[in-house]
Ligand binder design. Structure first.
Ligand code: FAD
Length: 451
């Protein structure tokens, strides 16, 4: 693509994760685009995941909060098309099978969300990102590596320039997309520049590990890599859900902050294990007097780590039901060997409130009716797994800050997405906002991008 960068307005994007990269892709046809990235590579947290792509406007954030339903689907389809071009497999969706599973779930009072999904695999993801990078280079996008955005300079409700570890960059528009790792920086910006915000709910839960055989029907018969089930629990009427399933995968540690570790999971295409893991999460919204869900989540994570002697806790489901702690000796009685060993067998109910424990137990019991074998004595439970969704800076429908007129916000770090496709979509929505601001026609936007 020919792109004359002279005489074009300048867009500065902070963060080369999916949100920043897709924004750069869309905007590079019309603007002179620079991405500021503190690391020496692009891809963000997405590059370190295993690339499960969920092609649905209401998964990984809710795009219909910003754009009409049809537009949201156009954005999702565009992202899928681009990922395929960069080397990912097309999303899989067997309508008949999805309906079958939906009916099975409904009969047990569970909601199954049918989604077109694709799985790149941790081992194949770098190739996809490298192809993305080549396309951006062709479109003259400039990437400033090892450059940390520190602050921005504001004049009369407009951002003038961004201050980085390597100097100051002036721009006409700014997109801030620093991912969850940029959480503290976002907090700093909010306070310093008095940006309006509110707290998102938080997801507190555990990571479940079961033998692959338990998931074989879901993976082999239904062709699903990461099934999404939503369950309301009977005792508290709380919302619980499955998230980030990794068939034949591995449970891993995830660093939160201040030497606190949680757990996560990933799966590769070539290297596999005998276990499947997934997160089981309880959504928690706080009102007064403590609205700050992050403080609440961090305290729970801290307590779990303290009990684990600085490590996450591991407990058999049977031990949770019998109200006893797990020990390595008891874990060995399970028919499943944990894939994460840097944990302490213990008692999760000493750290998690009884409401959350009840939600987890009741939710898993219900899920067992659709995926038999989950509610078994041997099932392994790791904690903490907490999804901090950051504070949400107030924006208009195109993700423009309500306080600063040329500042746009995208991705997980500003609380508008929680996943690769969702983050990419918010980068595109922010870009559409900028194009609209310049009176550039956006109706046929996606038809134009064939290379
Ligand atoms: C272990 C793990 C597994 C996951 N698995 C999946 C999965 O299978 N499917 C899925 O959909 N999602 C998954 N996710 C979530 C997914 O990775 C994120 O939702 C997604 O990457 C968010 O994109 P983003 O662009 O908002 O932010 P990020 O991908 O986090 O990118 C932000 C970028 O900004 C840079 N940055 C931050 N602050 C600054 C600064 N001040 N200056 C300059 N640069 C800065 C960072 O270095 C980073 O490169 C996983 C996450 C983890 C941690």
């Amino acid at each position: 693509m020919k792109n004359n960068v002279q005489n074009k307005k300048r867009v500065i994007i902070v963060g080369a994760g999916p949100a920043g990269l897709f924004a750069a892709y869309v905007l590079s046809e019309f603007f002179n685009v620079t991405i500021i990235e503190e690391k020496s590579f692009i891809g963000g947290a997405g590059l370190h995941s295993d690339g499960k792509l969920n092609f649905h406007p209401k998964i990984g954030g809710n795009l219909t909060d910003f754009v009409p339903y049809d537009d949201a689907w156009n954005i999702i389809n565009f992202i899928e098309k681009k990922f395929i071009e960069f080397g990912a497999d097309p999303g899989k969706y067997d309508e008949k099978k999805m309906r079958e599973l939906e009916i099975k779930a409904i009969k047990h009072g569970i909601k199954f969300i049918p989604i077109k999904q694709s799985h790149i695999g941790s081992d194949y993801l770098p190739r996809v990102i490298s192809n993305f990078k080549k396309v951006l280079e062709k479109r003259n996008v400039k990437i400033e590596y090892k450059t940390k955005a520190v602050d921005f300079r504001v004049k009369e409700e407009y951002v003038n320039s961004i201050i980085t570890s390597k100097g100051e960059l002036k721009g006409d528009y700014f997109i801030i997309a620093p991912g969850r790792g940029g959480f503290e920086w976002i907090n700093y910006l909010v306070k310093k520049h008095k940006l309006d915000y509110y707290f998102n709910p938080i997801d507190v839960g555990v990571r479940i590990e079961v033998p692959n055989e338990v998931f074989s029907e879901i993976v082999d018969d239904y062709g699903l890599w990461d099934p999404k089930f939503h369950i309301r629990t009977p005792s508290y009427d709380d919302f619980t859900r499955t998230f980030c399933t990794n068939p034949a995968g591995f449970v891993v540690r995830e660093y939160y902050s201040d030497s606190i570790f949680g757990v996560n999971g990933h799966a590769m295409k070539k290297y596999t294990s005998g276990n499947t893991n997934f997160a089981f999460l309880v959504t928690i919204k706080l009102t007064e007097p403590l609205e700050n869900t992050t403080i609440y989540g961090l305290r729970l994570a801290q307590l779990t780590n303290t009990l684990g002697g600085g490590k996450p806790l591991l407990q058999r489901l049977g031990d949770i039901i019998r109200h006893q702690r797990s020990t390595w000796e008891r874990i060995k009685r399970s028919y499943i060997v944990p894939t994460l060993k840097k944990v302490t067998p213990g008692d999760i109910s000493m750290a998690y409130p009884s409401r959350i424990m009840t939600d987890i137990i009741e939710g898993l019991e219900a899920l067992d009716k659709v995926i038999p074998g989950i509610f078994s004595d041997s099932t392994l439970i790791y904690a903490p797994e907490i999804k901090f969704y950051a504070i949400r800076i107030k924006t208009d429908q195109y993700l423009k800050s309500t306080n600063l007129k040329n500042l746009y916000l995208a991705g997980d770090g500003v609380g508008v997405s929680r996943g690769i496709v969702g983050a990419a979509a918010t980068g595109i929505i922010a870009s559409i906002g900028i194009l609209k601001n310049e009176d550039i026609e956006t109706k046929t936007l996606f038809e134009r991008y064939d290379n």
